[in-house]
Design a protein around this ligand. Structure first.
Ligand code: SF4
Length: 399
């Protein structure tokens, strides 16, 4: 049976935020922690030394350490012009550092500062039913880290602790990069998930505190675009302020809006939950209307319905397709485990099942990039990844 994302979010909320503390993932000993600490180690919470923070080097080529670790050609931003750097970044799989192009203090030459965020991860997702193989098939989060239970592998943190821990990590990393003659000042604080919008009040408080302390950091949070109704319910019940989204939009915070499907079947089979295209669209519109800076990122769209989906979204949100990206799906430890369990339940060979899933996702990715490119060429006379997404404004046309 598929998970109901609305009732699951309500259930998760009971544990996720308690007395201004967020239930965050402790990455020690997790497959995800192992996957994401190859270049920069997991970072500790200053109060108790627990490993609650990680980073992800978004564009490996522009980072001196990541390019070496992943065996890709190094693109030395110190020797490039602003235009060359922008061209390189916008054509990458993840153009995240460019999202901050219009933020106060951004300089193209400092793009490394925006390339590896300090990440705290909400320990529960409403697409996840709490079982061993719940959540999106391609989710890179360990199941225990996503079940929302206040148990081993998670810890409660305050906004204050997160900020103190980030400041400490910033100085340590700055020294490491300086030894290689690079300047680096980790600027981005990202709230990942799990589903961060269930803990939006905690997130607002975090960015308020960061702003009050004048730390010069910018923010990002992720959403799976299934919580429009949940936000409405929380506002009605007084859990969230009625203007919480507008208040959040006052800070330099970007939103990674994960578009998990282009038709109901595609969406529900990707996420194992009863989310719909209509609720995905409504959730997105709520965020755009509030003035938040949204970056839609599609994961495993159905090539057969992508074109009509884009046309429908462009009718509702101006420039949606020009802002949309398609995220590649890479194989991580928790995915191997989840797919392996599914293969076991089906009584089929795990290795073959994983290979076939990866082949399907790879093929959908390649076809979807082509479809998006053709759609944009036809409609706007510009190819996919030829625009800098931060330069494109979104607005609600018809809800
Ligand atoms: S929405 Fe994100 S965190 Fe939740 S199950 Fe899917 S990939 Fe994992």
């Amino acid at each position: 049976m598929k998970t109901d994302p609305v009732s699951r979010a309500e259930e998760l909320r009971r544990n996720l935020v308690i007395k201004e503390h967020l239930l965050a993932v402790d990455f020690s000993g997790t497959l995800q922690g192992k996957d994401t600490s190859k270049v920069i180690e997991l970072m500790p919470n200053l109060r108790d030394g627990k490993l609650l923070y990680r980073t992800k080097i978004n564009i490996k080529e522009i980072d001196p350490f990541a390019s070496k670790e992943y065996g890709v050609e190094f693109f030395d931003t110190r020797t490039k012009t602003d235009a060359e750097i922008e061209e390189k970044v916008k054509s990458a799989d993840f153009d995240f550092p460019l999202w901050f192009k219009h933020s106060k203090g951004f300089r193209m030459q400092d793009i490394l500062d925006y390339n590896s965020p300090f990440i705290v991860q909400v320990a529960g997702c409403n697409f996840h039913d709490g079982t061993e193989s719940g959540g999106c098939w391609y989710c890179f989060v360990d199941d225990i880290s996503n079940d929302g239970l206040a148990s081993k592998g998670k810890s409660y943190v305050s906004a204050q602790e997160v900020l103190e821990s980030m400041v400490s990590a910033q100085s340590k990393l700055r020294r490491n990069y300086e030894q290689k003659n690079f300047t680096y000042n980790m600027k981005v604080l990202r709230i990942s998930g799990g589903e961060p919008t269930i803990a939006l009040d905690w997130i607002l408080n975090l960015f308020r505190e960061a702003d009050g302390k004048r730390l010069g950091i910018v923010g990002q949070f992720d959403t799976n675009l299934s919580t429009g109704h949940v936000l409405e319910n929380f506002k009605r019940r007084g859990i969230f302020d009625k203007r919480i989204l507008e208040q959040l939009a006052e800070y330099p915070v970007k939103v990674l809006a994960a578009v998990k499907g282009t038709d109901d079947d595609n969406l529900q089979s990707n996420v194992q939950a009863s989310a719909t295209i209509s609720s995905q669209k409504d959730s997105l519109i709520q965020l755009v209307k509030a003035g938040l800076d949204i970056y839609p990122q599609m994961y495993n769209p159905n090539p057969k319905t992508l074109d009509s989906f884009l046309a429908e979204m462009d009718k509702a949100v101006e420039n949606f397709s020009l802002r949309a990206h398609i995220g590649p799906i890479k194989l991580y430890g928790p995915m191997v485990k989840r797919l392996g369990l599914e293969a076991k339940a089906k009584g089929i060979d795990a290795e073959k099942f994983i290979d076939s899933k990866m082949a399907e996702w790879k093929s959908n990715y390649a076809r979807a990039c082509e479809i998006l490119n053709n759609y944009l060429e036809e409609r706007y006379k510009i190819g996919y990844k030829k625009t800098t997404r931060a330069d494109v404004r979104l607005s609600v046309l018809n809800s």
